[in-house]
Design a protein around this ligand. Structure first.
Ligand code: FEO
Length: 167
């Protein structure tokens, strides 16, 4: 694998680890405001992002590359409301989508079609993530200040469990 590709994939592992850390901070935030369902949803998100990081990590090694370890940035830890937190996720996931698109540009630039094929999985994943989070943001906007709607949504989000995707 070309060094440029290896470096770009390395950066993405860090970005996915950061996502995991950010969602862990959100889990803690939701615990602190007594919304256990949202907290549980975040825990699944933490695991999913770690899975993304490890999927890229394994791929780097599969291609004979090596990981570089950099510091993981400190995430925000407080949000003004559940809506603000989920809006933050949506914005964050849109940024991640851009990062994946940039990675594909690198793969095409160095004519690494195997990496491009590998990264296509993440493109589909990002479409799903943005759609799911966008749906929750819409629901929270509709709920507004109504606490009964919020508790209903919280119980619904409590049902989420992370299952390891089949490779
Ligand atoms: Fe790893 Fe939420 O994208």
């Amino acid at each position: 694998m070309k060094k440029k590709m290896e470096k770009a994939l390395n950066k993405q592992v860090n970005a996915e680890m950061y996502s995991s850390y950010l969602y862990l901070a959100m889990e803690s935030y939701f615990q602190s405001i007594s919304l256990p369902g949202c907290a549980k949803w975040m825990r699944a998100q933490v695991q999913e992002e770690m899975f993304h990081a490890m999927k890229i990590y394994d791929y780097v090694h599969e291609r004979g590359g090596k990981m570089q370890f950099e510091a993981i940035a400190k995430p925000e830890t407080e949000w003004d409301s559940p809506l603000v937190a989920f809006e933050h996720i949506l914005e964050h996931e849109e940024k991640v989508t851009k990062l994946i698109n940039d990675l594909i540009d690198v793969a095409l630039d160095v004519r690494d079609h195997a990496a491009k094929a590998f990264l296509d999985w993440f493109i589909t994943e990002q479409v799903e993530e943005e759609a799911t989070v966008g749906g929750i943001v819409d629901r929270l906007r509709l709920i507004g200040d109504g606490s009964s709607g919020l508790f209903m949504l919280d119980s619904e989000l409590a049902k989420r469990v992370f299952t390891l995707p089949v490779k």
